[in-house]
Design a protein around this ligand. Structure first.
Ligand SMILES: [Zn+2]
Length: 378
């Protein structure tokens, strides 16, 4: 009798659970509890921290393929990404700080006869939208994206209804699963930083007005590593034994890079240079021409450089009302110079200039190496 009662109770509990959570509340794959995310009700996958404390922030984690919505620093929603653009291409899904732009509920692509509904602009001609489908209602099978982020229908609709024009968007990769080759030291603390702009990342350069509206992009020649809002270790570390090649102080012909250090490394009988820019301070013991060991502190991450004294979060980096955009601009290159090792022209701030931090196309064609590929195990 007792056994039957226990069995009955277990069945009843299960049924109540099933009815309440699966049928009545219709809770999808992911269940939220404060800032922890559970899959199937018990498996903890991640603890997500708000990167910036603003009222409404969409954090697009391209490593986890999730979009997190924070309201006043409290995690409110998780929206899974169906697929994004392939990495290392100039049209890879952009990383950086953006604002939600226009929204189009019904949208037909200008390139192919497909619907791309629930389209929300997050940067120039990059959108977050529903997986496209043909005009006859058939879903497009290919998972290729030319930069846009695609969501399954239910999530696309949900995102479309929740996103407001002007909301802050942070598109980034985290460093959690990055394995660094033993011979190197990563330039920042892997647990306390994230990639806030990738190598070869598209950055709008200028509008070209012709018959069809056209946007020109320049490509990011390094990676930008930014600390989470509660990070304690703000040190910048030398990646490999070497010689201090150049120390450039903020404002002294820094070409927007601020306090910068360049280190020369003899690597596989080849000279390779690492560059650390926007530092808030440079280690006072560093002297040009002197030896520096792997792991030695170069300085502290900062926001020095650019045309507005400090780099700030926002579209043109100069909005005085917004917070400082503290990050390390880190490059691996073939010459100890601030500009691109192979001559290139960039069009920045309405004038032609040499390229500093950007190149007109893939930076690998201008003497830069992809820092993540250089330092990490594939
Ligand atoms: Zn940068």
């Amino acid at each position: 009798m007792k056994k039957i009662f226990i069995l009955f109770s277990i069945t009843a509990i299960f049924l109540i659970y099933f009815l309440l959570f699966k049928v009545i509340f219709n809770i999808p794959r992911k269940i939220l509890f404060e800032n922890y995310i559970y899959v199937n009700n018990n498996q903890l996958i991640s603890k997500i921290k708000p990167i910036i404390n603003e009222n409404r922030v969409w954090q697009i984690n391209l490593s986890e393929n999730n979009i997190y919505f924070f309201e006043n620093s409290k995690l409110k929603y998780v929206i899974p990404i169906a697929y994004q653009a392939p990495e290392d291409k100039w049209y890879q899904t952009p990383t950086g700080y953006f604002r939600i732009g226009i929204k189009k509920e019904k949208h037909i692509s200008s390139l192919f006869p497909v619907y791309m509904n629930y389209a929300v602009q997050f940067y120039e001609d990059f959108f977050i939208h529903e997986i496209p489908y043909y005009l006859d209602g058939k879903k497009v099978e290919s998972t290729f994206s030319g930069g846009c982020i695609r969501l399954e229908k239910e999530y696309a609709e949900k995102f479309f209804n929740l996103a407001k024009t002007g909301d802050l968007v942070i598109s980034y990769k985290d460093l959690k699963n990055l394995k660094i080759k033993e011979k190197f030291k990563f330039p920042v603390n892997l647990e306390e930083f994230y990639i806030r702009q990738r190598f070869n990342n598209p950055i709008r350069n200028r509008w070209t007005f012709s018959k069809n509206r056209k946007i020109d992009y320049i490509q990011h020649s390094g990676i930008d590593l930014a600390p989470y809002s509660d990070s304690k270790d703000l040190n910048v570390y030398n990646i490999y034994d070497g010689k201090i090649s150049r120390i450039v102080k903020n404002g002294e012909d820094d070409h927007g890079l601020g306090n910068t250090v360049i280190i020369e490394h003899n690597f596989n009988d080849r000279k390779i240079y690492s560059l650390y820019a926007h530092l808030s301070e440079i280690n006072k013991n560093l002297k040009e021409g002197e030896f520096i060991k792997k792991g030695e502190i170069i300085g502290k991450v900062g926001a020095t450089g650019y045309g507005c004294n400090y780099w700030r979060i926002g579209e043109d980096g100069c909005d005085k009302k917004s917070a400082l955009d503290i990050h390390l601009h880190f490059e691996i290159k073939t010459k100890p110079v601030l500009e691109s090792p192979i001559d290139a022209n960039c069009f920045i701030y309405k004038r032609e200039t040499k390229c500093y931090g950007y190149t007109p196309e893939n930076p690998e064609n201008y003497g830069y190496l992809n820092p993540i590929k250089f330092l990490a195990i594939e």
